[in-house]
Every structure is written in C-alpha cells, then in structure tokens.
Design a protein around this ligand. Sequence first.
Ligand SMILES: NC(=O)c1ccc[n+]([C@@H]2O[C@H](COP(=O)([O-])OP(=O)(O)OC[C@H]3O[C@@H](n4cnc5c(N)ncnc54)[C@H](OP(=O)(O)O)[C@@H]3O)[C@@H](O)[C@H]2O)c1
Length: 343
Amino acid sequence: MKAAIIHEFGGPEVFKYEDAPDPQPQPNHAIIKVLACGINRYDLFLRMGGVQQQTSLPHVMGADVVGKIIQIDDNNSPHKVGDRVIVAPGFPIDPADWNHEPENLAPSYTVTGTTLWGGYAQSMSVPTRFLLADKTNLPAEQCATLPLVLVTAVHAVKTLGEVKPNHHVLIQAGASGSGSMCIQMAKTLGAEVATTVGDDSKFQVAKNCGADLIINHRKENFRERVLEWTEGKGVNVVIDNVGGGIFKDNLTSMRRGGIMVNFGLVGGVKDEINFAQMIFNQYQFRASMMGSMNELREGLALVEAGKIKPVLDRTFPLSEAAQAHQHIEDRKVIGNVVLLPWN
Ligand SMILES: NC(=O)c1ccc[n+]([C@@H]2O[C@H](COP(=O)([O-])OP(=O)(O)OC[C@H]3O[C@@H](n4cnc5c(N)ncnc54)[C@H](OP(=O)(O)O)[C@@H]3O)[C@@H](O)[C@H]2O)c1
C-alpha cells in the first residue's frame, strides 16, 4: 500500500509518500480500506516529536478515519466485509484495557495513529470493537472531519463544561476544527455562544456554526467584549483550545463559580495561576482529553439528526500530506482538512 510515512520527527518535509507493508490479519481486528483521513492539530505535534515517547519510527499517523472493511477476523463483530465504518479517534491500545469505561481514562488510551499505525495510508488495522457503523450519509471526506473534534466537543462542552440552556459560553478559536464543533455542540445545548477568530475571513464559518458574538482577537480584547456582552457578569463556561498566554483573560471572563475547560495548547503549555483569584471566585478548571465511545456515539447521533454539521476546509491527496500540514501550521485552516489516499 501507499502511505505518508515519517522516518524522523520534524517539519512537514519529513513526510515521505512511499510503499509500506500492508496490515496483516489479527484476531479481533478488521482491515480497513481508508477512504478519507482527517488531519488534526495533534498530528502536527506528533510529527514534530511532541509525543515522541509513544511513537517509534518509521511511523504512519492519522486519527480520523472513514473507510470500508476489506477483511475481518472476528466472528462476534456486528460489522462485515464491505461495511462503511468510522474508526474511533482514540482507544486503549492494550487489549487488557479494552473493557475500560470511559475508554479515555484507560491507562493505555491514546489518540489513534500515535503508537499503532493510523490512517495516512491506503489501509489500516483496527480492533473491531473500536469501529462504528457510518450512518451519517455524508461523503467520506466530510465524515472524516468529524470523529476527533466531535468526541472532544461532547466531552468538553457537555460532560465537563456542563453547559445548560441559556448559559453564556466563550469558545476560543471558533473557526478551528475543535472550536467549530464546540460552538455547534453548545448551541445544541441551548447556550448563547461567544467566540474568537484571528482573521475577519473566519467570521462567516463561526456564524454558520451558530456563534452569537464573534470577536477578532487581533483587533479587540476578547475579555472586554465578553464582559460587555454579559452586562458585566461574565460567562458561565469557557471552552479553551489555546492554552498558554490567555489563561488569566479566560478566567476573568467568567462569573463566580464559572467552569473553564481546557483541551488545547497551541498558545503554549505553560501559564501562571493565581490561587487567590481562583479561590475567591470559586472558579473551576477542568482538563479534557478526547472522550468515550458513548460520547462519540452521542456526537454522531447529533450529526445523523442534522444538528451538527462537518466543517470541511479542503482535501489534499495523501501524497501532499506535507502541504496539508503546512496549511494548518500557517493558521489558514477553517474547520478540518482531509487526506484522500486513493486520489
Ligand atoms: N485534548 C483533546 O482532547 C483535544 C482534542 C482536539 C484538539 N485538541 C487541541 O486543541 C488545539 C486546537 O486544535 P484544532 O485541531 O482545533 O486546531 P486548528 O484547527 O489547527 O486551529 C487552531 C487555531 O487556534 C488559533 N490560535 C490561537 N492562538 C494560537 C497560537 N498561539 N498559535 C496557533 N494557533 C492559535 C488559530 O486560529 P486564529 O488564527 O483564528 O486565532 C488556529 O487556526 C490543539 O492544541 C489540539 O492539540 C485537543
């Protein structure tokens, strides 16, 4: 098969489009023909060596896979050869943890394509229990934008953020893959949503996702705008995918007892914490990592019902994985970009 392989960690140029060994049959696994594989910001960290200890080289990454089963070695699976499936974007890689619930708290849980080979290839092997029937009726490239950001949105916004009808919610980076999903998730829960973008060209996508207030963070101070929007009270919940550099402004955009959920670190991995500010305002800080299979099913049900829509920026052939990564690195991405291994 053809794959976009990395033999070293580094810039986008480390991708080599070349022949790789076909995945081999294993008990309780299926071999999937990859129809489309979405790219996430996580893949850029992985490529740069940010999660090195879990990844040996050469490696094929890729978490957001939609494909067709071409072989299955599991008589008890509900899936069969020819079925269109969505691969869970993360699962426990040690079979001893396969029954752990929620899956994302299992000791060996990792993002798909971190340790085992992922979807930047024409085929991949997946434990059958981490496959879901694709009932979205979406073209493969649309569907492949979804799994990772969708499960993240359900876990971060609904489960950890506890967003309720009429809550005021601030979601950072509203035109990003994760931000665009979190806005839609918060709207399905009946919230009022403010979001940030770094360029006026990203306003429309945030609006299409349902954002009520869109702030260009390069032109305006988002905290001031959010306080004005909430008549000085502050929001109930902040969903943060940026991390370092904006922690204080995020916190102080909230009212007393506000919940801040963070799952991203594009702005950096460190910031300062003021315990007095946390305690006197009774702020809660919650860290979010992916989500469970049930949360993924819940997200997909919202997609099937037309309540959440994929945000596809553009596709690239798999041979152009480097260009696709560069597009994301340049902050040009709106929603998600997707690789097509058979074009
Ligand atoms: N823990 C989890 O479960 C989980 C799940 C999904 C994503 N994540 C993380 O969430 C973050 C966002 O992921 P994503 O896939 O949504 O990313 P993405 O689609 O590449 O979007 C990231 C956006 O963040 C904005 N941004 C703000 N400050 C930035 C900075 N200092 N450097 C670069 N970009 C900055 C940019 O938009 P503007 O130019 O409009 O400001 C950029 O386009 C990443 O850290 C990712 O690893 C974590």
